[in-house]
Every structure is written in structure tokens, then in C-alpha cells.
Design a protein around this ligand. Structure first.
Ligand SMILES: [Zn+2]
Length: 260
């Protein structure tokens, strides 16, 4: 599932198009429009210029001339290319051609081709979403904001961290990495964490945020890269077998040896 780091790469992929005009929009699969009328979407997007690209959590936003904003979400295995290339979150580009049979949306922007590949048909394209329901983006989140949010809820701290209405951009893999780094049990009630634990969680979040950006992917954390995040995997720090549990309906790996 794309998390903030993947969607940041997709934002960078379309950033070179700022100022250019969307000469053509081809919605190959109407299902990405969800409730929107195709004619409305074509009318808003076709012929508009891209004035700005933004990202809030896992949502990519394109501010268009005419005052509308197009937003894209990607779902599992959804991604964007520009003329067969994808930008990296850390800078630079790599070649990646979408499979023609999985392309659901194609834009011609000043002669450059943007394609959305979405094998599982989970991506969405919407116009003028309610941005106020999105939480603080994880890349700009401060320690004070994190602590304020967690002190106010008695839900499991992992569930609180992944609530896109509070903190936008953290998905399942990055969340497990943050708790592993912080030494905190993800099942704990958020409001029960003491000051030291909250500080450790903040440090774990910062470290994980930097690492996945530098290494270009939510799967680049220490737990996954060590091969430990699988059934029977052992903690790279204390060699204890990781526990696999459900937290808020999401499969969660944590170490009973150092995460308390
Ligand atoms: Zn451990």
C-alpha cells in the first residue's frame, strides 16, 4: 500500500508539469471516478493548467486553473509515471513503464504523458475533496502535535497513529517500524503512554520518516529490511521471536523483548 513516501514520489513525478496545460484526459476505467460524473471530471480537468502540486498524507492534489483541485489516491499497487519514468522521493528518477492493460487514466500534459497504473482498481480520482477531514501531514508533523493527538485518545496507539483524519500518511508498514524503533508496544492505549514513551515514539517517527525518504520506500525500514517482518521472524535487536497480532484490524509485528 502506498504510504506518504510513495505518494511523495508520485507528486515529484508530476511536479515538472506545473504551468503546463492538460490537453487531453482519458479515463480508461470510470470506476476510478467513484461518485463523480465523467462529464464533470472531463470538463474540469480537460484544458486546465496545473498550477501547483501538493500532497497531504497519501493523497496527491493537483491545483488547476479555474479554481478546482483534482485529487488522486492510489490503493494497493497503484502508481503514476511520466513518459515511462517515476521520480524518487530522495531525488532523481528511474525508468518504469506501466503495463498497458492496467492503465486506468492517461493525461496528455503539454505533450508529456502521465499514466496511472492500477492493477487492482483501487485508485480514485476526485474533484474538490474536503481537505479539512485530512490530518496533519506526517512530513510536517511536530512533536507537540503528535503528543497532543495521542494524549487525547484511549485507542490503541498504533490505531491512533494511522488515523488519516489526525495524522495523514502513515500506513501499516511504517507504523510497525516506528514502534519497533521506539520500543513501544503498539497495542497500548495512547493516553497511557508517559512522557518518556511519547518522546521515544517521536524519535522513532522521525528516524523512520527520514530513513524511508532517503531509501525511497515504506518497505525500507529496519524491520522489513532485516527480513524479520514475517511469520517466525526474530527481532534483529534481541533475537526474540516477533509476535504477529491484529491491531485495529491490521496485521502487526512487534517484539515482546524490547517493545513494552
Ligand atoms: Zn527486540
Amino acid at each position: 500500500m502506498p504510504e506518504f513516501v510513495e505518494v511523495e514520489a508520485y507528486r515529484r513525478t508530476v511536479e515538472p508539469l506545473v504551468g503546463a496545460r492538460i490537453d487531453a484526459i482519458d479515463v480508461i476505467d470510470d470506476r476510478i471516478l467513484r461518485r463523480s460524473e465523467p462529464a464533470f471530471v472531463y470538463g474540469v480537468v480537460g484544458g486546465a493548467s496545473i498550477e501547483r502540486t501538493r500532497r497531504i498524507g497519501k493523497v496527491l492534489l493537483l491545483d488547476l486553473s479555474g479554481g478546482h483541485t483534482a485529487s488522486l489516491t492510489f490503493g494497493l499497487r497503484g502508481w503514476l509515471s511520466l513518459d515511462g519514468r517515476v521520480a524518487l522521493a530522495s531525488g532523481g528518477w528511474r525508468d518504469r513503464q506501466p503495463k498497458p492493460e492496467h492503465v486506468r487514466l492517461r493525461l496528455d500534459v503539454g505533450g508529456k504523458i502521465v499514466e496511472l497504473e492500477d492493477q487492482l482498481r483501487l485508485a480514485t480520482l476526485e474533484i474538490d475533496i474536503d481537505e479539512s477531514i485530512l490530518g496533519v501531514d506526517v512530513m510536517t508533523l511536530t512533536k507537540t502535535q503528535l503528543i497532543d493527538l495521542l494524549r487525547r485518545t484511549s485507542r490503541a496507539v498504533k490505531t491512533a497513529l494511522m488515523d488519516q483524519h489526525r495524522i495523514a500518511g502513515i500506513g501499516n508498514l511504517i507504523a510497525d517500524e516506528i514502534f519497533y524503533e521506539a520500543g513501544v508496544d503498539p497495542r497500548r492505549a495512547a493516553s497511557d503512554l508517559d512522557d518518556d514513551e511519547l518522546s521515544a515514539l517521536w524519535a522513532g517517527l522521525r528516524r523512520t520518516r527520514e530513513r524511508v525518504l532517503e531509501r525511497n520506500g515504506s518497505h525500507q525500514g529496519a524491520l522489513i529490511q532485516s527480513g524479520a517482518r514475517e511469520r517466525g521472524g526474530r527481532c534483529p535487536r534481541c533475537d526474540v521471536e516477533l509476535q504477529r497480532v491484529q491491531v485495529g484490524g491490521r496485521t502487526t509485528y512487534f517484539c515482546p523483548g524490547h517493545q513494552h
